[in-house]
Structures are given as C-alpha cells and as structure tokens.
Design a protein around this ligand. Structure first.
Ligand code: PEP
Ligand code: MN
Length: 295
C-alpha cells in the first residue's frame, strides 16, 4: 500500500479519534456501540428503538432510508421522510444517527439530518461518491466491499481523506466466501491488520457478517476482543416483522444484553463502555490525527 499515505499509521500509537457529536466519539478509550434497525420503517418503530437503547451503553442509532436492495421490487427505504424521523430521534434522545448514502445528490440533504454518512459495501468503490464525501467534513462510515481486499478497502478510505475529509471510520462487515451457512465470513484478521496499518477507527458489523441473529452476540464480543473500536448491530422491536434483514435482527432486549456483556472484555483491553444512558465524556487521551465536530 505504498500510496496509502494519509490512512497509514505514522507511529505505533498514532490513532484518530472521530467525533460524531459533542459527546460521542470513536477511536478513543470508549467503545462506540451503534444499534438500530436495518431500515427506518416508521416513527413508532424508531421511537421504541431509541427509547429502549437510550438507557443502555448504546450511544448512537442506525437506520437506512435509502436501501441498496438486491431486488428492485423490494422496499427501497422511506427516503427523505425517514431522515425526518432520524433527526427527531437525534434531537429527542441526544443520540447521533447514522444512515447510508447511496448517491452524490443525497449528500446535501442527508448532511442536514444525520451525523454519520454510511457508504455501504456495494458502494465501497464508487469513487465519485467517495470523492464527493471527501469534500465534506461529515464523518463517513466506510463499509468493506463484499469481496474487497484490504488494499482496496484502505485505498477507498484514501480517496475520502485525499479530498480533504479526515473523518473516516472503517467497518468490517464480512466478506463473501463459499459457505452459505453464514451470510458472509467475518474477517477479524482484517480488524487486527487495519488497526496495525491505519490510524483510522475500525468498527465491526456482525449482523451482516452472520446473517443469523443467534450468531451475532458472540461475534460482536470476538470483534471487541480483537481490538475493534466499535460495533454496529441491527435490532428491531419485533425482529420477525423487519421489512429487511429480519433474520439477523436482535430484539431490543438482546441488544441491551449484548451491549452490557461487553463490559469485562472492554475492561480487559483497557477500554470502556459509555455509562448506561449517558453520552460518553469527551475523550481526554492525547489524540493525533483527525478530530472534527460533526457539522
Ligand atoms: C446495512 O448496513 O444495512 C447494509 C446494507 O450494509 P452492507 O452495505 O454492509 O451490506
Ligand atoms: Mn441491513
């Protein structure tokens, strides 16, 4: 990765801490746990999710409003109406929100409503989208492509940084392989390697890796043990009724239990969870690299 100069670590302790809001960060001592449904389906659904998770170590909410679906006939997301719901949750529960951006012309409208713009696996090498996101200051959650090498993944991040946006969070979400028992194969070796090569925070999404809810908690714990800076996990008030990715969604109770179960693992690694129901204090650790308050 000879040209990956901006993402590359310059010293063993060089790491970036990225701010999602005034109080929520990723890359420092506090692990960032993100929970929420695959897709925003209604205000009631998101309110139940936010209400439940706001009293747990989960600090940020997720929910897609522009959904990349395999079939053009499947639910494509609520669109802008879903953004209004996310913004309402952000304001009422003081939790940053994350949602996927699929096209350049969605960036401007999304930037008003969400704290982190997610680039999905299918768009990891949509270079024009990456360049456009590089021209903003919004934190970008860049998910690894379905079959992307680490070189390709890091270079995709490099596209965003080289256009001026240092706020990139990498997300391992499983890669495609021959076995169909799990939806994808969670590559924890990638987490270790990315933390060694780059200074960027690394998250893990065990939901899309596993594809089956009963596998998610153990994979989530393994990801934290491997050194991930955070997790993004799909959960739903009634998982079986999820309009997308129902099979992998946890209940809200399971999500809360999972988040709390990370405590001893975090402690063993010299890290911690946000205190239940409270946004974490700003990081005090000395930080080199990118720090930006979400605009
Ligand atoms: C998602 O987060 O809902 C999603 C579509 O993820 P991925 O791009 O990793 O498949
Ligand atoms: Mn999903």
């Amino acid at each position: 990765m000879k040209d990956a100069t901006l993402t590359r670590k310059s010293a063993a302790d060089h790491r970036s801490v990225i701010a999602l809001s005034d109080t929520v960060t990723i890359g420092g001592e506090t692990l960032l746990i993100v929970g929420g449904p695959c897709a925003v389906e209604s205000a009631e659904q998101m309110e139940q999710v936010a209400q439940h998770l706001s009293s747990t170590p989960v600090q940020a909410l997720r929910g897609g409003v522009f959904k990349p679906r395999t079939s053009p006939y499947a639910f494509q997301g609520m669109g802008e109406a879903g953004l209004h719901i996310l913004a309402d949750m952000r304001q009422r529960f003081q939790m940053p929100v994350i949602s996927e951006v699929m096209a350049i012309d969605q960036i401007a409208v999304m930037a008003d409503y969400v704290d982190v713009l997610q680039v999905g696996s299918r768009n990891m090498q949509n270079f024009d989208l990456l360049k456009a996101l590089g021209c903003t200051t919004k934190p970008v959650l860049l998910k690894r492509g379905l079959a992307a090498t680490l070189e390709e993944f890091v270079m995709a991040a490099e596209y965003i940084l080289s256009h001026g946006n240092p706020n990139v969070i990498l997300c391992e979400r499983g890669i495609r392989s021959f076995d169909t028992y799990t939806r994808n194969v969670l590559d924890l070796g990638a987490v270790v390697a990315l933390k060694q090569i780059t200074h960027l925070p690394v998250m893990v999404d065990p939901s899309h890796a596993a594809g089956k809810r009963e596998l998610v908690p153990a994979l989530a714990r393994a990801a934290i043990a491997a050194g991930a800076d955070g997790l993004m996990v799909e959960c739903h008030p009634v998982p079986e009724q999820s309009v997308s990715d129902a099979r992998q969604a946890l209940t809200l109770e399971e999500m809360a239990t999972l988040a709390r179960s990370l405590d001893p693992i975090a402690a063993a690694l010299g890290r911690r969870l946000a205190t239940d129901g409270m946004a974490s204090m700003p990081e005090t650790a000395e930080v080199s690299g990118a720090i930006a308050i979400a605009a």
